[in-house]
Design a protein around this ligand. Sequence first.
Ligand SMILES: NC(=O)c1ccc[n+]([C@@H]2O[C@H](COP(=O)([O-])OP(=O)(O)OC[C@H]3O[C@@H](n4cnc5c(N)ncnc54)[C@H](O)[C@@H]3O)[C@@H](O)[C@H]2O)c1
Length: 328
Amino acid sequence: MIPDRKISFAVIGCGYIGKRHINFIKDNPACELIGICDIRSQSELGIDDISVPFFENIDQLLAMDFDVACIATPNGIHALEAINAIRSGHHVLIEKPMALTKQDCEQIISEARLYKKHVFGVLQNRFSPSSRWLKNIIDQKKLGKIFFVSINCFWNRDERYYNRSAWHGTKELDGGTLFSQFSHFIDSLLWIFGDVKNIQARIRNLNHNYLADFDDSGNVSFDFVNGGMGVLNFSTATWKQNLESSITVIGEKGTVKISGQYMDKIAVCDIENYMLPELPASHNNSNNHSYIFENIADVLKHGAEKAVQPLESLKAVELIEEIYKLGR
Ligand SMILES: NC(=O)c1ccc[n+]([C@@H]2O[C@H](COP(=O)([O-])OP(=O)(O)OC[C@H]3O[C@@H](n4cnc5c(N)ncnc54)[C@H](O)[C@@H]3O)[C@@H](O)[C@H]2O)c1
């Protein structure tokens, strides 16, 4: 444990989300940024003002002495870079998805065990007050038996998105819509309701043939190991803008629906003998990242429990892999 000094971080991949990591590290008094790395130059990235050492080569960065490497590169290279970082003696924080195959996730986790390093995951929707509330009432069985759960994710991802970065839409680096857009919802499903079985899936590319190597839409049905059934409907073919993200739960003693792009609104709460408590103000999704850095500092400084266990990140990847295998 490291009780008496700041936790030192380096960020690998300084694009859209890596820049946020940089800011959250700088904003957290228990954390310090000691280096950054990207294959693009600092001026191309628009981060000339960041004064810590910048490397275009990951090996040079990994030779530095620091605690945690944040992997914020395209999905398809998370595993390679995380394993490099672990073998160089660093804990890792890996953006979602942990990797694009269960096998790669297993390798990351086994290398971390071998080198006695932590693997942290970024599934920040877990910190939204409404997600935490839903998890609590399900854990406390306020709804009685769970009969049916419906998750709907209808987003827009058109040429404006796919033209922004060359890796988006590629099979090798992006992996698919469930990896890039909807892995948070796959995680919510497993985190809140537990494992699923009897999975059936239909996956289609309805309107992205010229933009992506893979699906844009699908429907998945399953049974919960704990009882009840569910569906996940998803699409990035929604015209012009995001339309819906929601989880509806039909239980023996009530009905609940949470919604909002980041699962940050309680749309319906109708439960026998239950009054909805006042929840803390909702952060938006990007601010929920700050909790991830707070948790890393707590784990490394005081031995707190990890907010996202590595095996949970693996399970989300495993389920996505299974859905794609069944759906094609
Ligand atoms: N947690 C969330 O809500 C959330 C949101 C968006 C993206 N993400 C994840 O964050 C990751 C990055 O996504 P993004 O939107 O920031 O993409 P991006 O394209 O904006 O940034 C990726 C950066 O990685 C750099 N890069 C590519 N290969 C590299 C290498 N070998 N070494 C070092 N740098 C390299 C690129 O030059 C680019 O600057 C992805 O895994 C994505 O799924 C998570």
